[in-house]
Design a protein around this ligand. Structure first.
Ligand code: SF4
Ligand code: SF4
Length: 296
């Protein structure tokens, strides 16, 4: 393995493991124990009745409403690598492809070329701020250069959330959280020659809906929407929790947001909000047409 080779290259004899470690795959506890000649730990069978707990966007996540509205407008969504890839999972189910970093933008360009001259659903690329800095920029340059159309959404949560909240070129911090130069995202987009650039608060459902509608209605131009609000784990800001009135009609709309703090009362079908999990973002209240979700 890498360490064995590196230490051997220093002229130090490295004792061989009784069982060689594999050169690929993950180093599980069992593999490491086997390499040292110990028996693998016994596996316990999981209980059959354990409820599924699929991963979900955090309560108050600034990406949630973008995926909710993309789902509503039936867009073809080319996604990218980041915490926001969870938008692919139910109940949001609003991501159709996810290949590698930067592929959201180039795949959207490809879809637009394949659909050229035909009626089609809106094509929308979704990419986070750090992935955009990493490899979305080069894809977008290619789209501009080749006169591509479509809409690119940059989910700027001011950090690289998936890997532990590191800095990136668009939020003015180095990986080690030291102050750095902050690239002006909208300025960079304008400098690339993109005329339709708008900045939107992703916690505002109406603003998200309007921006997506306007951007995707122009079928022959390239538009970019920057949805900017900090990751909830970054500021750990908390407002008073919301609660559901007893008048709830059990329509289930708020539950389709997939906030982990909202669940359904199995006996009445009404929505329930877990006060300990709710961070008071107010997103769900914007989807209850009856106004039955209110802040404490
Ligand atoms: S206000 Fe609603 S959407 Fe926001 S965290 Fe609380 S339950 Fe979730
Ligand atoms: S949207 Fe309103 S009425 Fe519908 S389930 Fe949620 S709280 Fe109840």
């Amino acid at each position: 393995c890498y360490l064995t080779d590196a230490v051997s290259a220093l002229g130090i004899d490295v004792a061989a493991f009784p069982e060689p470690l594999p050169r690929d795959g993950e180093l599980s506890v069992g593999l490491i124990r086997a390499a040292f000649g110990f028996p693998e730990p016994a596996h316990a069978a999981a209980q059959a009745d354990v409820p599924g707990r699929p991963p979900a966007l955090c309560p108050g996540c600034p990406h949630r409403l973008v995926f909710k509205e993309l789902s509503r407008c039936k867009a073809i969504v080319t996604g990218d690598i980041g915490c926001y890839t969870l938008g692919a999972l139910p109940p949001l189910s609003a991501m159709d492809t996810c290949v590698d970093m930067g592929a959201s933008v180039s795949m959207a360009h490809g879809f637009e070329l394949a659909f050229a001259g035909r009626e089609h659903r809106p094509v929308v690329a979704v990419i986070g701020d750090s992935t955009f800095a990493h490899s979305g920029l080069s894809s977008l340059i290619s789209t501009v250069y080749n006169k591509g159309a479509g809409t690119v959404c940059i989910l700027d949560n001011r950090t690289t959330a998936m890997t532990g909240r590191q800095g990136n070129p668009f939020n003015g911090e180095t990986l080690q959280h030291r102050p750095s130069r902050e690239l002006d995202m909208e300025g960079v987009l304008k400098a690339l020659g993109i005329e339709d650039v708008r900045t939107v608060d992703p916690h505002d459902a109406r603003a998200v809906r309007r921006a997506l509608k306007e951007a995707t209605s122009a079928t022959d131009t390239l538009s970019v929407i920057v949805f900017r609000a900090p990751c909830v784990l970054l500021e750990r800001h908390r407002e008073p929790a919301f609660e559901v009135s007893s008048q709830c009609t059990a329509c289930g709309v708020c539950i389709t947001l997939g906030c982990p703090a909202i669940s359904k009362d199995e006996s009445t079908g009404q929505a329930l909000i877990d006060r300990d999990m709710c961070i008071g973002c107010g997103q769900c209240a914007q989807y209850c047409a009856r106004g039955f979700i209110v802040q404490d």
